[in-house]
Design a binder for this molecule. Sequence first.
Ligand SMILES: NC(=O)c1ccc[n+]([C@@H]2O[C@H](COP(=O)([O-])OP(=O)(O)OC[C@H]3O[C@@H](n4cnc5c(N)ncnc54)[C@H](OP(=O)(O)O)[C@@H]3O)[C@@H](O)[C@H]2O)c1
Length: 256
Amino acid sequence: MEILIMGSKGLLGAELARLGGRDGHKIFAFDKDGLDITDEAAIEEFFKTHSPKVVINCAVVSPKACEENPGRAYQVNVEGVKNLLKHKSSALLIQFSSPAVFDGNLPLQNIQYSDSPEVGYKENDQVNAISVYGKTKAEMEKLLNGTDNLILRTSWVYSKTKPFGLADAPPFPLNEIGRPTYTEDIWKCINVLWLEKLTGLFHVCGPEVMSRHEQAMRLFGNVEPYSLPKDNIRPLSIGKIYPYLVKNSVSLTKWG
Ligand SMILES: NC(=O)c1ccc[n+]([C@@H]2O[C@H](COP(=O)([O-])OP(=O)(O)OC[C@H]3O[C@@H](n4cnc5c(N)ncnc54)[C@H](OP(=O)(O)O)[C@@H]3O)[C@@H](O)[C@H]2O)c1
């Protein structure tokens, strides 16, 4: 199958391009230097000459960069998705979203670890984004709601080569809590979703909830715990969906 992957130099895009190629798909992989999703004419041109069956959009302006440049954030995270939606014709669009669409006011109760799928927000919970990043994600979700495409909310994505994604945060907080999600599991999940011809909104996250401190302890052993300031707590992340893939049976949470 022909698959277009946007944002292919990023963590998830690079992994999905690799896994798709490994599984025999023809992959068109672009990042902003090759095909910018905000360049509508270039996107239109691509779809005039190619007809991929699936478009996986991993292009994004990161949370920190969104706060620094909200205009650019909106252009890429919302208008870019609009461009794909407008020109992709019958291709299935797979778009990623985030716990940042929620406000995080679920009770935290200082969970350091849980393997319960019930911990966190559910797909149908009220969206109420706080950050610029979260607001662009919520806006993008509105665009795709009711279309025959896929919105996958995921969290704390990691791969074999990038096991820990804590670039912008202080080290090892006890009160930033989420669900680490393995890139290869996201790929497996995508395969099940398109095999079953499912569309709509799904939470696609790992089975375990933990603090960043707990995650770092598992990866690195002995690390100094740290608490984020109270007004910067990032509570629970997304409830697991795979391996069940039963819509609306699971939970997701916030990010601040
Ligand atoms: N990583 C996580 O833990 C996580 C959690 C929840 C949801 N997600 C979602 O998963 C998706 C992929 O995230 P990721 O972690 O792989 O992001 P990432 O590592 O930041 O990769 C995003 C890629 O998109 C590129 N890009 C930016 N603007 C673009 C444009 N206009 N046209 C084409 N490409 C552009 C970026 O290039 P530059 O870096 O040069 O700007 C970067 O290579 C996103 O939708 C994200 O919201 C990720």
